[in-house]
Design a protein around this ligand. Structure first.
Ligand SMILES: [Zn+2]
Ligand SMILES: [Zn+2]
Length: 190
């Protein structure tokens, strides 16, 4: 296996034509890569970074790409990857900022778009090749939307209902009192 480190930034949509068949290209991407930074910003979409509790997090994405040819997928790209992030999100009950993390591995294969309508591939979500399973994606005439694929693999793995504490009491629906800090006149007497 030839490992070819590529220092230049990987674009959100890459061209298969830039890769040599059967060579592995590895990328380690961080916030300096624009679309990775966009993913991070989306994770913290609900966060006010001016808040006193806010602490800066981090995101990183590793991608290992291998272009392959031959039957039955024609020109295709195998990707093994990992996305990690530490970020903050508001507790869904009391809105207190809470630390979150995600660490997701993925294996995907980009095959040509025109195969999507072939009966062989119509019902298929993943394929088996190189003795491993890969989720199926499609490239458009050699353009593979890497950012969209990583986005999907990130957002299916995050905590969608973050809680600052599993016993969070939330806010009073009448006056907004944080019930973790004290009660208010709208709460039933203990
Ligand atoms: Zn809470
Ligand atoms: Zn109240």
């Amino acid at each position: 296996m030839i490992v070819k480190p590529i220092l230049e930034e990987i674009k959100n949509v890459i061209k298969l034509g830039h890769y040599i068949f059967d060579e592995t290209a590895k990328y380690e991407l961080k916030e300096s890569c624009a679309w990775v930074q966009d993913l991070f910003n989306e994770l913290e979409e609900e966060v006010d970074r001016e808040e006193a509790d806010y602490e800066k997090g981090a995101i990183s994405c590793e991608l290992s790409l291998k272009r392959k040819s031959g039957k039955p997928f024609a020109d295709h790209l195998l990707i093994r990857g990992n996305i990690k992030a530490k970020y903050m999100a508001p507790c869904i009950k009391c809105l207190k900022l809470t630390h979150q993390s995600v660490d997701a591995d993925f294996q995907v294969c980009f095959i040509p778009q025109h195969l999507e309508n072939e009966p062989e591939f119509e019902e298929l979500d993943d394929i088996f090749t190189e003795n491993e399973e890969f989720d199926l994606y499609f490239h458009q005439k050699g353009d593979a939307d890497i950012a969209e694929m990583v986005h999907e693999n990130l957002f299916i793995n995050i905590e969608h209902f973050p809680l600052h504490d599993e016993n969070c009491l939330g806010l009073c629906t009448e006056c907004g009192q944080d019930l973790n800090e004290g009660t208010c006149k709208h709460q039933p007497a203990q």
